[in-house]
Design a protein around this ligand. Structure first.
Ligand SMILES: C[S@@+](CC[C@H](N)C(=O)[O-])C[C@H]1O[C@@H](n2cnc3c(N)ncnc32)[C@H](O)[C@@H]1O
Length: 318
């Protein structure tokens, strides 16, 4: 059997972000049809195969739409293509969602079954590195009780999609660290963290010897002085400040410039506040790539933990 082709596509994203997801689909030459509960369907002018699907920043999962479940022989297609089956049952329902994929599944077809008012839809895409390995792009991780905020998820969900270039013992600069959810994730990964934030850190974080708090706005931190304070070369920078993206990037520009030759990359939560700013994302990515220097690549995605935010991961070559 030839792999199915379809003129219909659906994307899964954040409930409430459907208008922005529709706009993103339109920029890829697709005509959005309807959107509900983070599900947006769209039509292509020509039939597409599963290797023709666009990567979307706001689309946690982008699939060929094979139609309504009652009209599709899911089991037969899965058998024929050697496809994994993923199902979305709604938040908190982990049973029966299907297995998370591994590196060995690179190139494997995935059938995604999503239930929405109006029907249950069947989607097909091919898993690739850089796409979420989890059913419907959501690992449904639980925040540990030791984490003082849900921002722990931003590190751990990103680590499901990209390989964070950090190892135990690495020094990480974290800007916008209070109260310490992301710090918790970094410490639990064995990193030493210097957190910059004028706000207070959680007591549990402050009690960890591998954490040091610089209680200042990044704008007031002397980048050269910070270098002397670090316990070793900074390998990674995490930025999560409640400023608009360009202002946030200006706040950390001198810190990145001073640490640039040591850094392997960074993880940026960019707070749009309003989805209408999404078309500015290429400019923010270019600014991040410029800060890290030649050869730096960025990828952008929206995590289940993100609000009206996108995450940009930057990787320096070498
Ligand atoms: C969303 S909270 C950060 C949450 C934190 N990453 C966590 O994991 O718990 C945003 C933080 O950014 C801090 N902030 C805003 N502007 C800043 C700046 N220019 N430099 C450092 N921190 C800043 C605020 O004080 C606030 O604590």
């Amino acid at each position: 059997m030839q792999p199915p082709r379809s003129s219909f596509v659906f994307a899964l994203g954040q409930p409430g972000a459907e208008p922005a997801l529709r706009t993103e689909l339109m920029t890829r030459g697709l005509s959005p049809a309807f959107g509900i509960d983070g599900f947006v369907s769209a039509k292509s002018k020509v039939p597409l195969g599963m290797d023709d699907l666009p990567n979307l920043v706001l689309g946690r999962r982008v699939c060929l739409s094979l139609g309504k479940a009652q009209d599709v022989d899911v089991a037969a297609i899965a058998k024929d293509l050697g496809a994994v089956i993923h199902r979305e049952h709604g938040e908190g329902h982990k049973e029966g969602r299907g297995p998370a994929l591994t590196d060995a599944d690179d190139g494997r077809p995935v059938l995604t079954l999503v239930e929405r008012p109006g029907g249950s839809f069947v989607g097909l895409h091919r898993h690739r590195r850089g796409l979420s390995p989890d059913p419907c792009g959501d690992p449904q991780l639980e925040v540990p009780t030791t984490s003082p905020s849900r921002a722990w998820l931003k590190v751990e969900e990103a680590a499901r999609i990209v390989t964070l270039p950090i190892a135990a013992g690495d020094v990480v600069i974290e800007v916008g660290s209070s109260p310490g959810g992301q710090t918790r994730a970094l410490l639990d990964r064995g990193c030493t963290v210097v957190g910059i934030d004028p706000n207070a850190m959680d007591e549990g974080i402050l009690g960890d010897k591998r954490f040091r708090h610089v209680r200042e706005s990044a704008r007031h931190v002397d980048a050269k002085a910070l270098q002397t304070l670090l316990p070793g070369p900074a390998r990674f920078i995490v930025v999560d400040v409640n400023q608009r993206p360009m202002a946030a990037l200006s706040s950390v520009a001198s810190l990145i410039a001073a640490a640039r030759t040591d850094l392997r990359g960074g993880l940026f939560t960019l707070k749009l506040g309003d989805w209408s700013l999404l078309p500015e994302l290429p400019a923010w990515r270019a600014r991040i790539e410029g800060l890290f220097g030649p050869g730096t690549t960025t990828t952008a995605f929206q995590l289940p933990a993100n609000r009206v935010e996108v995450t940009v991961f930057a990787r320096r070559p070498g």
